[in-house]
Design a protein around this ligand. Structure first.
Ligand code: SAM
Length: 376
């Protein structure tokens, strides 16, 4: 635990207060009646999931977790009644008519509704709804690999949405500290994984995570490459390359901003950085789109509720991509929502993508994701 600061060194306007003021003003409009409950959940203890490490002695670890009362929410056998009503198909479109046709896809149908094959290899254990038991720290097995990685269980969803298939090449553009990279590796289907994060310090944390969870032979350079480049410039050295691209961008990290003073993007000194976020996010998504091969898919994700950083960024990137001759189709994530509605609380009526909203009985997220397919 971090020591509380002395009153004299406390900022006059704590960043958490600034964040909450901003959230109250924007999210009460955006989420309407949902906001008070989401606000309360954001300020309450978050729930974790234990991403099972298939490279460790996983059967023993899974049995141990089950004995503690956890269950794997990815497994098809685990179905609970949906937390939120499944909403009707998305209707209408953005104001811009051109954007509207883009969202409808190449054949005029409203989004692609093809089924999603959830990778059975990714397993993530959670305590049941309304159970707030904490996980113990993972222990190393005989080969010194840790049995599970603790993360917000909603963070696994973009990896499931990416729908990685056998032999795919995958780019994780903003990867550190590596929770989603680890989830992607659990599929054991990836031929080549390129892992990048512009922060050298965070990339080195990511390398430590990989060494604690993945056997050395799977980290060889012919299978995995770790870089620390500015992701917005990715197309300068690789284009039209990957079957799958994950673009998990920096954002206002709403839960952190509402509760922690340290490293808070709402602190006065970081105002410029915060205001530049939507532009940076758009640049990163556009770079990810260009890095995907035609027919390949991109998942954009954030851990904010902000429409400005979620749907608007996706719309803007679709628009800019089209100007460069790249056409995309939005792929429906409804199969995922239907399947996981018993574990997560999903926001209703989003025009683009899906969003897990924190709920006191399922305090995961926020997590926004949107799946795009490159048509050409
Ligand atoms: N995907 C990670 C995970 O699951 O552990 C979390 C990623 S975090 C939300 C966003 C990351 O983007 C940060 O680690 C940050 O260093 C990185 N980042 C910020 N600007 C970037 C840029 N221009 N290019 C690449 N990465 C960037």
């Amino acid at each position: 635990r971090v020591k509380t600061k002395w009153a004299t060194s406390l900022p006059r306007y704590p960043a958490t207060n600034m964040a909450l003021q901003y959230f109250d003003a924007t999210y009460s409009l955006q989420l309407g009646r949902l906001w008070p409950s989401v606000r309360c959940s954001l300020l309450s203890e978050r729930k974790y999931g234990a991403l099972l490490n298939n490279f460790s002695d996983h059967q023993a670890v899974a049995s141990d977790l089950q004995e503690q009362g956890c269950w794997d929410f990815v497994s098809p056998a685990q179905l609970e009644a949906p937390l939120s009503p499944i909403r009707p198909e998305i209707e209408g479109g953005p104001e811009d008519v051109a954007e509207r046709s883009e969202l409808k896809g190449s054949h005029g149908s409203n989004q692609d509704n093809s089924p999603l094959s959830l990778s059975s290899n990714i397993r993530c254990f959670v305590f049941p709804r309304a159970d707030i038991t904490r996980f113990k720290s993972a222990r190393p097995d005989q080969t010194r690999l840790l049995g599970y990685y603790l993360m917000d269980a909603a963070s696994v969803l973009p990896c499931l949405a990416l729908d990685v298939q056998e032999g795919h090449s995958v780019l994780d553009l903003c990867a550190a500290p590596g929770g989603k990279t680890l989830a992607l590796l659990q599929t054991e289907a990836i031929r080549f994984l390129s892992v990048n994060d512009s922060s050298v310090a965070r990339t080195s944390r990511l390398k430590n995570v990989l060494h604690s969870f993945v056997p050395k032979h799977l980290l060889s350079t012919d299978r995995l490459r770790v870089t620390s480049f500015d992701g917005t410039q990715w197309s300068e050295f690789e284009r039209n390359t990957y079957d799958r691209v994950l673009v998990d961008v920096p954002c206002t990290t709403d839960r952190h901003s509402a509760t922690e003073e340290d490293n808070n993007i709402f602190s006065k000194i970081r105002t410029g950085e915060r205001k530049r976020l939507p532009q940076l996010q758009t640049d990163l998504l556009l770079a990810g789109i260009k890095a995907a091969c035609p027919g390949g898919e991109v998942v954009y994700s954030t851990c904010t509720l902000s429409q400005l950083q979620n749907q608007y960024v996706v719309q803007q990137a679709l628009h800019l991509a089209r100007q460069e001759g790249i056409h995309l189709q939005v792929v429906s994530l409804q199969p995922l929502v239907r399947r996981l509605g018993g574990t997560f609380h999903f926001a209703p009526d989003l025009l683009l993508g899906e969003m897990v909203v924190p709920h006191l009985t399922a305090n995961f997220g926020p997590l926004y994701m949107c799946r795009l397919r490159r048509l050409c």
